[in-house]
Design a binder for this molecule. Structure first.
Ligand SMILES: NC(=O)c1ccc[n+]([C@@H]2O[C@H](COP(=O)([O-])OP(=O)(O)OC[C@H]3O[C@@H](n4cnc5c(N)ncnc54)[C@H](OP(=O)(O)O)[C@@H]3O)[C@@H](O)[C@H]2O)c1
Length: 355
């Protein structure tokens, strides 16, 4: 049977890698976002704002996907606003597709804040969650936009009789420009600035993160799990964690990243040293580095998201993730984490985003 994928969030770090994986597996792919995607010539692009239901309905007039991949979110100042806005993104999309009766499966990408709590109470208050984070852990008794998005999918699935999967990555490592959270590119830009200025490449986070176990999600692994789930009957109506499948400690990885850039590594030094403050005055310097090296993106804020890297590396506990649910059903992909970073750095260089 012919399968057509609609990816909401095609320009994002999750969405663009899902598109590549689907295209490689022979799917017809339609991508939706407000900005045009880069380097995805075989994707049919639908320009639409998911917060504008009537324009959305018009934009999707001639589109009847069998599978929908939702990889969108919009950062708001409070969790109440996150819930209001991000549930609307999902609801408006599924409402716009409802009357077509073409949708058989919807995959929603959320993340580990499902277990760690929303940004406002992120692994910081009360009892810290048990690690490894497991799919069997119940929802926290806290308002969370991920729960609101899930609930929109469950409601629409009931109404329109499609199946669903939910995918919960840890920090995503992959290529995207102008997106909200990108730890890999943030560290690449920071290391480039260290190289240019002779500064040490200083770990910005907490002792728990420096010494404890961690894992990350290569965007290609997320994509592989999404496509696997779309192709696997036994995976229907399940939620899956998705990480690389190895564990590491930042005190092991950090010097390797420093070596790749040829900068001096400096580890946890007794206090958290937020990268947001360290890089706060580097905008003009980055513009100058970009000009001198003929780079594609002179705007530091479109590459680096230091606020998110600080949140991630500043956590007061080690965070690692169990993947029992998809492994039990046969998903056995694996990705070495040091290569996730090195492959991204190579791509950033090829795309002229770092020197
Ligand atoms: N990045 C990470 O490290 C990470 C880690 C764990 C979990 N997650 C979760 O993964 C999910 C996907 O995040 P992501 O990081 O892949 O997102 P992202 O890279 O920031 O991309 C967001 C996508 O949503 C689109 N979008 C936003 N608002 C839109 C609107 N009003 N109308 C149409 N499209 C809109 C953006 O496109 P335009 O701007 O072009 O419209 C973009 O394609 C989120 O729930 C996030 O919390 C992310």
């Amino acid at each position: 049977m012919k399968r057509t994928a609609l990816i909401a969030g095609i320009t994002g770090i999750g969405g663009n890698h899902v598109a590549r994986e689907l295209l490689a597996s022979g799917w017809e792919v339609i991508g939706l976002s407000r900005r045009p995607p880069q380097g995805l010539a075989s994707v049919q692009h639908v320009v639409a704002d998911l917060l504008d239901p009537s324009a959305l309905a018009l934009a999707l007039e001639n589109v009847s996907p069998t599978h929908v991949f939702i990889t969108t979110w919009m950062r708001q100042d409070t969790e109440a606003e996150n819930i209001r806005v991000n549930s609307a993104l999902v609801r408006n999309l599924l409402n716009a597709l409802s009357s077509k009766k073409s949708v058989r499966h919807v995959a929603l990408v959320t993340g580990l804040k499902h277990y760690l709590g929303p940004f406002e109470a992120y692994a910081s208050s009360g009892t810290l969650p048990d690690t490894p984070l497991r799919e069997s852990q119940p929802r926290l008794p806290l308002e969370n936009f991920y729960y609101a998005q899930e609930d929109e999918v469950y409601l629409a699935a009931e109404r329109d009789r499609f199946t669903w999967t939910v995918h919960r990555p840890h920090t995503i490592i992959g290529l995207a420009v102008g997106n909200a959270m990108n730890l890999g590119t943030t560290l690449a830009v920071y290391a480039t600035i260290c190289k240019e200025t002779g500064r040490a490449f200083q770990f910005p986070g907490s002792e728990a993160q420096w010494k404890g176990l961690s894992d990350v999600t290569d965007a290609r692994m997320l994509a592989r799990q999404l496509v696997w789930a779309a192709d696997t009957d036994a995976a229907r109506n399940e939620a899956f964690n998705i990480v690389n499948g190895d564990f590491f400690r930042w005190n092991w990885l950090w010097p390797k990243l420093a070596d790749w850039f040829g900068v001096q590594s400096a580890g946890f030094s007794g206090t958290i040293k937020p990268l947001d403050a360290t890089m706060a005055n580097d905008h003009a310097l980055w513009r100058e580095i970009a000009q001198r090296n003929d780079l594609a993106e002179p705007d530091l804020d479109r590459l680096a998201s230091a606020w998110h890297t600080d949140l991630d590396l500043g956590r007061p506990l080690e965070v690692m993730t169990d993947m029992a649910n998809s492994r039990r059903l046969g998903f056995s992909a694996y990705q070495a984490t040091d290569s996730s970073f090195f492959d991204l750095f190579e791509r950033l260089r090829t795309e002229r985003l770092i020197p």
